[in-house]
Design a protein. Structure first.
Length: 259
């Protein structure tokens, strides 16, 4: 049974007065946003509006880009994500990211799942075996791949590769899963399966998904945030955003009159 959240408890991820600059270009502008525990938030908006930039900011992936500057703060479980004392390795164990195209390593299925565990944890073989089974079960791949753990991960179909990448994150026991258009490289049937997986995963994880697909956002998310030109235009319950948005800009985008 899903545990009830304390209504006074801050969200799993909290963004406060956050600005991000690529050189002289401001990609995110004074963003304030809170992502709730064990719920799915969809980030929508036209290309170049800052959706993926926000996701990468939460994971600190923008650190690898030249001339990036930030102002404000992002908190994970009330701990600042930006600051001199932040351990990025520990942060990324708890806040994992899935990309547009599946990116399994050129290793076996087994070694893909426990890659992070081998790198960062001291676990026995039986503990690693247990994590592989549990992680693959959580993404619906155990029955399919239990007898094929030594198979080259790159030989799997695209949908299974994407599930495997999610299993690789789950093996590290994260709190938050960031998904940057995880279905963009998949066909409609595979997309439906990943969406069903997201519904299952939110029982245990906070999920933030960037998508260009309005129907997908409506299907999978509890909350929706609409961005335009680096600004958070509107944020609220998905049903309300899609049926009774407060801002005309949001309504124009949702209904296809803009973007």
């Amino acid at each position: 049974m899903r545990k009830e959240e304390d209504p006074k408890k801050p969200g799993a991820i909290r963004v406060e007065n956050f600005n991000l600059y690529y050189g002289n270009f401001q990609a995110l502008k004074q963003v304030n946003l809170e992502f709730q525990h064990r719920e799915v938030t969809a980030i929508i908006g036209p290309s170049g509006c800052g959706k993926s930039t926000l996701l990468r900011s939460i994971n600190r992936m923008n650190d690898y880009m030249d001339q990036v500057r930030t102002e404000g703060q992002i908190y994970h479980e009330n701990r600042p994500v930006y600051g001199p004392g932040v351990d990025l390795v520990e942060h990324r164990k708890k806040v994992g990211m899935v990309f547009q195209r599946p990116n399994p390593f050129p290793l076996t299925v087994y070694e893909n799942v426990i890659f992070g565990c081998r790198l960062h944890l001291e676990l026995s073989r039986s503990e690693l075996d247990s994590r592989v089974e549990k992680s693959l079960m959580s993404v619906g791949l155990w029955e399919v791949l239990a007898d094929h753990l030594d198979q080259d991960a790159l030989s799997l179909p695209n949908e299974q590769q994407q599930r495997l990448c999610i299993a690789r994150l789950v093996a590290m026991n994260p709190d938050v899963l960031l998904m940057d258009e995880p279905c963009s490289a998949l066909d409609p049937i595979a997309t439906q399966r990943i969406e069903e997986l997201i519904h299952e995963l939110k029982k245990d994880y906070t999920i933030i998904i960037v998508t260009h697909n309005m129907a997908q956002a409506a299907r999978v998310s509890d909350w929706t945030a609409y961005f335009y030109l680096g600004n958070l235009i509107e944020f609220g319950r998905t049903e309300k955003i899609f049926t009774r948005p407060e801002k005309k800009e949001t309504e124009d985008y949702i209904t296809g009159r803009f973007g």
